[in-house]
Structure formats: structure tokens, C-alpha cells
Ligand binder design. Structure first.
Ligand code: PGA
Length: 251
């Protein structure tokens, strides 16, 4: 059985005070939650403050990115080691906004994945095709390239802590969700690819999250799909009420 994960990606939103307040509302309303993992990813500057609020709560902390070195002369960057120091358990890697706005390559993403694992943190590897790629029938090719690139040289053991998030770029922040069938088809393909690259056991236990306009009113049908093991939520994770409802999905 794969334990579902609901992760909130706050992107570049919420000051320290606002982040504390939202985290406090979540801890208050999601006490004792055990059958699903809940993760929130505030901006770097709010990580320590939110970590304090999350103490004694089952909610876990994630960062939205990192640099693939531990420490040294890397002005302006942050490493997995420092994220761990700030209280993180997870790191989101290769989000489409980073791939597209910051031109991150699969190779760079792979280096980050390796460093995150070396530090003992858990990576959430984001992949997904653009609308143009989908319309040109390149979706499977793109997903395959991003998976193979991001997980290059990974051992089966390393793969066992990796979470994958499928986020079709055309569905992020647009209000357009992939249909449950489109999402399930992509997740089924990704799981097959993990099986091909590793083995059936690893494929069976790898959690694959869906992201892209997940909302209280579509989470239940998405989560009912066989290969959808959770959600990576952007916009709707900024409102306590909506995120709490998403965490409390029912299938
Ligand atoms: P969205 O963002 O829920 O606002 O579409 C999802 C994401 O980018 O992770």
C-alpha cells in the first residue's frame, strides 16, 4: 500500500508572519492525521519559523528547491544540508517553473536529486509536458526524458525514497485540470517506466503525485485513480480551508 501524500507548494507567497499563521491553522485542523502524509513548502525565509510551528505535528516541511553542493563559494544558493538544518524533510526538485523560468536541465536536476538523497532528505521530482508538447504527441517522450534524466545513475535503494510529481505544465495555475483519465494515463505510464528502469517492487511502492489546479472539488476523483498517490497543490494550498479539504480527500 502506498501512503498518500498531499503537499502544498506555497511558491513565492506568504511572509514569515503569514506563513506561521497558515501553518498554525493547518496544525490545529490536521491533528493526529496518520493515514496520509501532509507536507508544506514555504519560501526559504519562513522555513525555520514554520518548522517551529510544526513541532509535535505530523505535518512535514519541504523546501521548493536547492543547489547541488553542500557548502562553499556559491553566492545566493542554498544546499540540502542547510535546508535540513532549517527543519526540512523534503525538497521539491525540478518544478516546471524552475525548468522554464530558470532553464534548469535534467542533468542539473539529477545533481540536485543526488545531493538531496546524500543529505538524508527526500526529493519530490517534478516532471510534466507543455501544451505544445502534448499537442505534438511528444508527451511520453518528454516524460521519459525527464524521468531518465532526473533519475540517471540511481540505484534501486536510492529510488526507494523518491517521490515523483506529474504536473502537466498547461494545468499549473491555469484552472485547467487534466481529466482524471489523462492524469491516470500519465501516472500509469510513469509507473511502467519506473518498473522498466528499476524493478516491479520499486514501481509498486513509488508514490506519484498529480499537480496542476488541484482543488477541493476535483481532489476526490483524482485520488480515486489507481496510480494517483497524492497531490502537489499550488494555489489552493494558500488557503487553509481549501488545503484542509484537499488533505481530507475521500475516495
Ligand atoms: P497549482 O500549482 O495548483 O496552482 O496549479 C501546482 C504546482 O505548481 O505545484
Amino acid at each position: 500500500m502506498r501512503k498518500p501524500i498531499i503537499a502544498g507548494n506555497w511558491k513565492l507567497n506568504k511572509t514569515i508572519a503569514e506563513a506561521r499563521e497558515l501553518a498554525a491553522q493547518l496544525t490545529e485542523n490536521l491533528k493526529g492525521i496518520e493515514d496520509r502524509e501532509v507536507i508544506i513548502a514555504p519560501v526559504y525565509t519562513a522555513l525555520s519559523a514554520v518548522a517551529e510551528v510544526l513541532e509535535n505535528s505530523p505535518i512535514q516541511l519541504a523546501a521548493q528547491n536547492c543547489y547541488p553542493e553542500i557548502s562553499g563559494a556559491f553566492t545566493g544558493e542554498i544546499s540540502p544540508q542547510f535546508l535540513q538544518d532549517a527543519g526540512c524533510q523534503y525538497v521539491i526538485i525540478g518544478h516546471s517553473e524552475r525548468r522554464h523560468l530558470m532553464a534548469e536541465t535534467d542533468h542539473f536536476i539529477n545533481q540536485k536529486m543526488i545531493k538531496v538523497l546524500e543529505t538524508g532528505l527526500k526529493p519530490i521530482l517534478c516532471i510534466g509536458e507543455t501544451l505544445q508538447e502534448r499537442e505534438n504527441n511528444q508527451m511520453l517522450e518528454i516524460l521519459s526524458k525527464q524521468i531518465k534524466g532526473g533519475l540517471a545513475n540511481f540505484t534501486t535503494e536510492q529510488m526507494s525514497t523518491v517521490v515523483i510529481a506529474y504536473e502537466p505544465v498547461w494545468a499549473i495555475g491555469t484552472g485547467k485540470t487534466a481529466s482524471t483519465e489523462q492524469a491516470q494515463d500519465a501516472h500509469f505510464f510513469i509507473r511502467g517506466l519506473v518498473q522498466e528502469l528499476f524493478n516491479p517492487e520499486v514501481a509498486e511502492q513509488t508514490r506519484i503525485l498529480y499537480g496542476g489546479s488541484v482543488k477541493p472539488d476535483n481532489v476526490d476523483s483524482l485520488m480515486a485513480q489507481q496510480d494517483i498517490d497524492g497531490a502537489l497543490v499550488g494555489g489552493a494550498s494558500l488557503k487553509a480551508e481549501d488545503f484542509i479539504r484537499i488533505v481530507q480527500f475521500e475516495i
